[in-house]
Write a protein that binds this ligand. Structure first.
Ligand code: PEP
Ligand code: MG
Length: 579
């Protein structure tokens, strides 16, 4: 049994079979082919060898033209290895005589060769890399592209990967992917956020572990504690089965809160809105009794589409959400592409610091046709219900005003063509840069509401990449610097009579609910899965107590102190709720 500790990013416990993806693709499970399929499988192997040969030849020719034969010789050596008679005979025999799946035969045989080289002296050991290259290339040709393979998953699995991008995560098939764990990844990454949206238990930032596991073996993934257990023993499996059962019962109990308001003991009504990435998540929010959609991350429309979405694609997605919400507010955030939500077409050159680069509203203001297309669709959807638009990553008043000008211009366009929209649609901005928090008093006159994005606010305040596991311990919502900016933003909005919301992941964790209410927030926007728990907590506390808690916390000077105090306060409330 091997117990691994990572960062818990999406709750839930699951037990299943491992599907392993390393940096390049699949770690191949030991599988056999039926006798009747041996000829077809040998043909597949031979095609893959042919494709790999052509690939290497193409690379060789290109390098020869550019740098000369001296460098092209490396590829000749690859070709010689690939066509080595003994190697080929071993591969064929593994499939024909041992009935091994060609992928497994390739992986096993080439890794054995590579290991043999690695055991030799330094100079020759280098050749092991060449063999791994050949193995990867053969596997790529046998398996097709990694994304296609992920999409083809058709039985329940727990995906174990070096890394998953947000768009790969978004495309995971929830019917079969029970959970995932990755070597890389940080607590605030969009991969984590999408996992939570899809309600797939997930653990990230484990560090290297894939070499300890082969596909098909049993795995326990505990997304509550950030733990992954490889080769679990019977006793551990039984213990986790009980946990899965208990979670099911708890979810049924919380389900009873659906139609009850999130009202504090002293009668203050808190609005709990849902965060979504895809239209179909609305159903989960409604089922858990949300008061609206507080953050619709529309960039996922781009990240999951093979081509640039048209105005009709945008409109279809937005109208589905607005109709489903039946008159309740829907805050549509304009595109927040960039950083870890990359689109290669829009960012042709590699950025050295993508979080500080051309992302979000900056990108939208630079790509006006794309921005206008989205705004037209949002405005058209505003004729169908209570649609509000929100601009992300505002850091200067100029950006906010420019965005508003584009919006006004698009409105004129629609009016000229007699297309229906709500001229009084509310316009808001996200407060997710320290600049916005500090200067909020100058922004509030230009907006109808603000929403505090703590995920980015933490990242930019503490200079900690939210997706980097190496600095995950520094990424902390309890940091006093973050809390002061948060408090200051809430207060500024309140003084200007502008409603404020928090829509970062922090608002979905019950550890912070009392603090946020105590700071004066009356609206929280949380992932669908967190709605029942947050609602229950609101119903278990008084605003007076929350204010006292916020006051104490804002006097503290270390994140550690804040964290342990908030933990105690949560424990106290939960104990009272159970009692
Ligand atoms: C945030 O930054 O807190 C936020 C809600 O936006 P995103 O997580 O999409 O960057
Ligand atoms: Mg953000």
């Amino acid at each position: 049994m091997i117990k691994l500790q990572g960062i818990a990013v999406s709750s839930g416990v699951t037990i299943g079979e491992a599907l392993v993806l390393d940096a390049e693709g699949f770690r191949i499970p030991r599988r056999f082919v039926a006798r009747s399929a041996v000829d077809t499988e040998l043909e597949r192997l031979s095609t893959a060898i042919g494709d790999t040969t052509r690939e290497i030849e193409r690379n060789r020719d290109a390098i020869r033209a550019e740098l000369g034969q001296q460098y092209a010789a490396i590829f000749d050596a690859h070709l010689a290895m690939l066509h080595d008679e003994r190697l080929q005979a071993e591969l064929v025999s593994a499939v024909r005589d041992k009935n091994l799946w060609p992928e497994y035969a390739v992986s096993r045989t080439l890794r054995r060769y590579a290991k043999a080289f690695q055991n030799l002296d330094n100079h020759i050991a280098q050749r092991a890399h060449d063999i791994y290259d050949i193995e990867k290339s053969l596997l790529r040709n046998l398996l097709g592209q990694r994304s296609e393979t992920l999409a083809a998953v058709s039985q329940p699995v727990i995906v174990l990967a070096h890394n998953l991008t947000p768009s790969e995560t978004a495309k995971l098939d929830r019917r079969f992917v029970q959970g995932f764990a990755t070597e890389l990844g940080g607590p605030g990454s969009h991969t984590a956020i999408v996992a939570e949206g899809l309600e797939i238990p997930a653990v990230v930032g484990i560090g290297p572990f894939l070499s300890d596991v082969s596909g098909g073996e049993p795995v326990i993934l505990d997304g509550n504690q950030g733990v992954v257990i490889l080769q679990p023993d019977e006793e551990t499996i039984a213990r986790y089965r009980l946990e899965v059962e208990a979670a099911r019962t708890a979810a049924v109990n919380l389900g009873r809160l659906r139609d009850l308001p999130a009202e504090t003991i002293d009668g203050v009504r808190i609005r709990i809105h849902g965060n979504i990435e895809f239209p179909n998540e609305v159903e989960q929010c409604i089922r858990r009794g949300c008061d609206g959609i507080g953050l619709y991350r529309t960039e996922f429309l781009y990240l999951t589409s093979p081509r640039e979405p048209t105005e009709e694609d945008h409109f279809a997605a937005y109208s589905e959400v607005v109709r489903a919400m039946g008159g309740k507010p829907v805050v549509i955030r304009t595109l927040d592409l960039g950083a870890d939500k990359m689109l290669t077409e829009t960012t042709p050159e590699e950025e050295r610091n993508p979080c500080l680069g051309l992302r979000s509203i900056r990108l939208s203001l630079r790509q006006l046709p794309m921005f206008r297309t989205q705004l037209r669709a949002i405005l058209r959807a505003s004729a169908l219900g209570d649609v509000r638009v929100m601009f992300p990553l505002i850091s200067t008043i100029v950006e906010l005003r420019q965005a508003r000008m584009v919006l006004a211009d698009v409105m004129e366009d629609l009016a000229e063509h007699g297309i229906a929209f709500n001229r009084d649609m509310q316009v808001g901005m996200m407060v997710e840069t320290p600049a916005a928090a500090v200067m909020l008093d100058t922004f509030v006159g230009d907006v109808d509401f603000v929403s505090i994005g703590t995920n980015d606010l933490i990242q930019y305040t503490l200079a900690v990449d939210r997706g980097n596991k190496e600095v995950a311990d520094l990424y902390n919502a309890c940091d006093p610097a973050v809390l002061r900016l948060l408090k200051r933003s809430v207060q500024t909005a309140k003084e200007a009579n502008v409603p404020a919301n928090v829509c970062g992941q922090m608002s979905g964790s019950v550890m912070y609910t009392q603090l946020l209410l105590g700071m004066g927030l009356e609206q929280l926007s949380v992932p669908a899965s967190a709605i029942p728990e947050v609602k229950q907590l609101c119903r278990s506390v008084s605003l007076e107590e929350c204010r006292a808690i916020a006051e104490r916390v804002l006097e503290m000077d270390s994140a550690q102190q804040v964290k342990s105090f908030l933990r105690d306060q949560l424990r106290r409330v939960l104990a009272q709720t159970v009692a």
